[in-house]
Design a protein around this ligand. Structure first.
Ligand code: WQD
Length: 349
């Protein structure tokens, strides 16, 4: 049974991917420092799958702790690196926190992979590396413009570090490395069981959790940041993709690395989006229609750092990884609301 190490295993995408990997028959080893998630998520992953897996509390910036786990958990066939802070707004006010955590942790992980001979890695990247694209939809060959936030910078630099890392290995005699970067668009929704979802600490940065907390009455009303953008209704446009479809893409990427072996390029990149864009107003309307809820909202000023419009050309992931998108916008709106209500009834600790 192939063994997969997940960093950030109890986070939003990490936890859904842990479920998908366990259900696909992989052995999973999880690392997380629980700074942005809750240890109770690990119990929920085991509850959903009926399978146990090894979960450690480790901060990647503590390279000794990470080395100890890898010395103990031998035979890792691939690593999926999720662990990173991801709030666009927070990164603009705390850039050094993001550089140290996201890039420092990644460099420690890369060193540990070299030390323990781990040569397959999947990197959690982001559509923010495209900046404010001049042409949409974006393909993987679209120019990587200036990221709009320090968060996006850590993803762009993170990809560049990995490109140099695989190249350096091509020069040395060591076993060739293979890295796949998955560029997520806007993850949304929750597992159909409503037992895992997006855990937010404090006031949510992102649109969907702010909507569900407003619907629950936890927030007084939603503010729509800007209504004078050059889009079909004046609000920003994004490509919202169900978190379970993103998780499935990670299983496809690991299978690609393990089954294609030396046939895979040392470095490859895939867009994970639906290929359809929705505006903020269209998301609000979809949420209200699916859940039969009237949401209190009003327009406010633009949010600094917001990209005007971005959505994916996802053909490459479909054609090369065999990725299949199984969920639609209604599923995202329904599962996000179910998760919010579950959290209110039976909160994670
Ligand atoms: C979406 C739209 C806001 C909150 C996200 C992730 C980032 C990355 C890319 C993966 C914007 C508007 C929001 C609110 C609003 N994903 N909005 N009122 O900024 O696209 O970034 O996707 O790596 O990690 O953060 O997502 O949900 O913050 O904003 O009007 O209260 O919703 O202005 O137009 P964003 P978001």
């Amino acid at each position: 049974m192939a063994r997969i190490l997940l960093t950030g295993s109890t986070g939003y995408i990490g936890s859904h991917t842990a479920v998908a990997l366990l259900e696909a028959g992989f052995d999973v080893v999880g690392l997380d420092n629980y700074s942005r998630s809750l240890n109770g998520v690990s119990r929920r992953i085991q509850e959903i799958t009926g399978k146990n897996y090894a979960q450690y509390q480790v901060d990647l910036v503590d390279s000794e702790a990470m080395t100890n786990v890898l010395a103990h958990e031998s035979g890792i066939d691939a690593v999926i690196h999720f662990a990173a802070f991801k709030a666009v707004g927070e990164s603009s006010t705390h850039p050094l926190l993001y550089f140290r955590n996201n890039l420092g942790g990644q460099i420690n992980l890369m060193q540990a992979c070299d030390q323990f001979g781990i040569t397959n890695l999947v990197f959690s990247s982001s559509c923010t590396v495209y900046g404010n694209p001049e042409q949409i939809p974006v393909t993987e060959d679209s120019p990587l413009l200036e990221p709009e936030s320090p968060y996006g910078r850590t993803k762009a630099v993170g990809e560049a570090l990995l490109r140099d890392w695989v190249k350096s290995n091509a020069a040395q005699q060591g076993k060739a490395k293979h890295v796949i970067a998955l560029r997520y668009f806007n993850p949304a929704g929750a597992h159909p069981s409503a037992r895992i979802g997006e855990c937010t600490v404090g006031v949510p940065d992102n649109l969907i959790p702010y909507i569900t907390q407003t619907a629950l009455g936890k927030r007084e009303k939603l503010t729509v940041f800007g209504n004078d953008y050059p889009t079909r209704d004046g609000t920003c446009l994004r490509d919202y993709i169900h978190v379970c479809d993103i998780a499935a893409a990670h299983v496809d990427a690991v299978n690609h690395l393990l089954n294609q072996g030396s046939l895979t390029a040392p470095w490859s990149v895939y867009n994970l989006g639906t290929g359809v864009g929705q505006t903020v107003l269209e998301i609000i309307q979809a949420f209200e229609a699916v859940n039969q809820i009237k949401l209190p909202w009003s327009f406010g000023p633009r949010r600094p750092g917001d990209v005007i419009a971005v959505y994916a050309n996802n053909r490459k992931a479909v054609d090369e990884l065999g990725w299949q998108i199984r969920y639609n916008l209604e599923d995202m709106m329904r599962s996000a609301w179910n998760w919010e209500r579950m959290q209110a009834q039976d909160p994670l600790h």
